[in-house]
Design a protein around this ligand. Structure first.
Ligand SMILES: Nc1ncnc2c1ncn2[C@@H]1O[C@H](COP(=O)(O)OP(=O)(O)OP(=O)(O)O)[C@@H](O)[C@H]1O
Ligand SMILES: [Mg+2]
Length: 495
């Protein structure tokens, strides 16, 4: 066998050597003879001498005698592991020094042992395997490093992409992975590119403000002003002068000219919050702006053209107000060119954990706390509660919890408000169906819960595949369960 063929290469290309340590010179010599044609062999008569060689030479494998005066083989290997953990270690044992051998094997200090006397051919095979192990370990280390680097790169890329997506929609602050919110985002990104008037509807605290801003900042008008006016905050006369401005002397107390918000927002967007609270005359004036794009200051006879995109919001059911004559029908349709309807939080409970963590992070920062998260049962309670005040109520709840927290590391059920905790009990009662529970009852209750979950999911997602995905079960299992629980396609609306 030629030297080149069999010589394992180090990363550097240098040939890696074998170190042989034995106090008996006859043994080191014969090992050097057996292996010398394939590898550079270094010999040492003691552990101390061996360590000196390791400091100087590139060694992949050590063959060491256990019984030596001074440092024993095991003691020598302990030092080697500390300094050169990757070097493969083989123990040579002249006679059954079983105890220390077993200890060395068990503590992972040696790769294998060879009994004296040895068969030269067997020894060569062992050594070749050991060298291969060394090479593979090196490769592993390199691969692991490559992998870690690739992971890191991916992570950075991911963050970058996520940022890109966020910037693209400017919806970064709005949390919502639920299908319902994803549909909202899609609609928002579509309308953001247009100048269409948008009516944002939803219960209190569902994020209407947030959405209005996001639509403005995601659109072409983002560099111009976004001005917001809460229509419920002022009596209509004052609201008029706020929105349209007035000339000096237009009414008692109008001591100077005042620019209206429509003018301030020229080129940008105006957000008319709680539009449902306006009265008839105000509604008429707003209709005029929307129809003609013109505003007239109080006390002025001149119309002024403004280029303003109108975003409006309400937590009222405007359609009902129209029916009952409280809101102008023509204005309603003008406003509702596009309607973004924000679902209440209880209809997108899957968003609750992320929202809760988001608010916890914010509250931690503000109040210099370090609550790490929620216990499982606390999170279950948060998810079970109905949140009539929606996201705002959740934000306030978390804020309160953090403010009142002691040295807890996580938010527990006990830290939550009584009424929120109460929700969990109701949920449990519902599940257990009260009364004494037999096995049969339990099964029935579980089935009822399963049934409800499945029906709700399929209805909401709109397909069995999607629902199965959301519930984290294979589609076939969902199908089977539906059959057993006698849920028909008609019932879930997929038939
Ligand atoms: N999806 C969301 N992700 C993160 N924060 C949200 C989300 N929705 C709402 N919030 C936060 O909840 C609070 C209430 O939201 P917002 O003021 O937009 O609600 P609203 O619908 O305008 O309520 P109201 O009808 O009472 O005016 C705000 O602090 C807002 O930042
Ligand atoms: Mg609001």
């Amino acid at each position: 066998m030629s030297k080149e063929q069999s010589s394992p290469k180090a990363e550097s290309g240098a040939r890696l050597g074998v170190l042989v340590v034995d106090d008996e010179e006859a043994i080191t010599e014969s090992l050097a003879l057996t292996l010398g044609s394939e590898y550079p062999v270094y010999t040492a008569q003691s552990g101390v001498e061996g360590l000196e060689i390791l400091d100087r030479e590139e060694v992949a494998l050590i063959i060491c005698d256990q019984v030596m005066p001074g440092m024993t083989g095991v003691e020598f290997f302990e030092k080697v592991v500390e300094r050169y953990p990757r070097i493969v270690r083989i123990m040579l044992t002249g006679y059954a020094d079983m105890q220390s051998l077993v200890r060395a094997v068990n503590s992972g200090q040696i790769y294998r042992y060879i009994a004296k006397p040895w068969e030269p051919d067997d020894l060569r095979i062992d050594v070749r395997r050991a060298m291969e192990t060394y090479r593979l370990m090196g490769e592993n280390v390199r691969l692991a490093a490559d992998l870690a680097e690739a992971n890191e790169r991916l992570r950075a890329e991911n963050l970058f992409l996520r940022d890109e997506v966020k910037n693209q929609y400017a919806f970064s602050e709005i949390i919502g992975n639920s299908p319902a919110m994803q549909r909202v985002f899609q609609l928002m990104s579509k309308v953001a590119e247009t100048d269409a008037t948008v009516l944002i509807t939803g219960e209190t605290g569902t994020g209407k403000d947030l959405v209005a801003r996001a639509i403005h900042y995601a659109g072409a008008r983002k560099r111009a002003r976004f001005v917001a006016q809460n229509c419920a905050a002022l009596p209509d006369t004052l609201l008029e002068s706020e929105l349209f401005g007035h000339l000096r002397g237009a009414f008692t107390g109008a001591n100077s000219d005042k620019k209206g918000l429509f003018q301030t927002a020229d080129g940008g967007s105006i957000f008319l919050d709680e539009i449902g609270e306006t009265e008839a005359s105000m509604q008429t004036r707003l209709l005029r702006v929307l129809q003609d794009g013109e505003v007239r200051s109080l006390g002025s006879s001149e119309n002024r053209n403004v280029d303003v995109r109108v975003l409006a919001a309400t937590n009222r059911n405007l359609a009902d107000d129209v029916k009952e004559g409280r809101f102008r029908e023509d204005l309603y349709y003008r406003l509702r060119v596009v309607e973004v309807a924000l679902p209440p939080l209880r209809e997108r409970r899957e968003d609750i954990p992320e929202l809760a963590h988001h608010f916890l992070e914010g509250a931690n920062l503000r109040m210099r706390r370090e609550l790490e998260g929620f216990t499982q049962s606390a999170m279950a309670v948060l998810v079970a509660y109905t949140w009539p005040g929606n996201v705002r109520e959740l934000a306030n709840e978390i804020e309160r919890v953090v403010a009142l927290a002691g040295d807890e590391s996580r938010v527990t059920v006990e830290m939550l408000s009584d009424w929120v905790q109460g929700a969990a009990e109701t949920a449990e009662l519902e599940l257990a169906d009260a009364g004494p529970i037999s096995d049969w009852d339990l099964n029935r209750s579980v089935d009822r819960l399963k049934r409800r979950l499945i029906v709700e999911s399929v209805r909401e997602v709109g397909s069995k595949t999607g629902a199965a995905d959301r519930l984290g079960i294979p589609r076939q299992s969902l199908q089977k369960m539906m059959k057993r629980l006698q849920i028909s396609d008609e019932e879930v609306g997929t038939g």
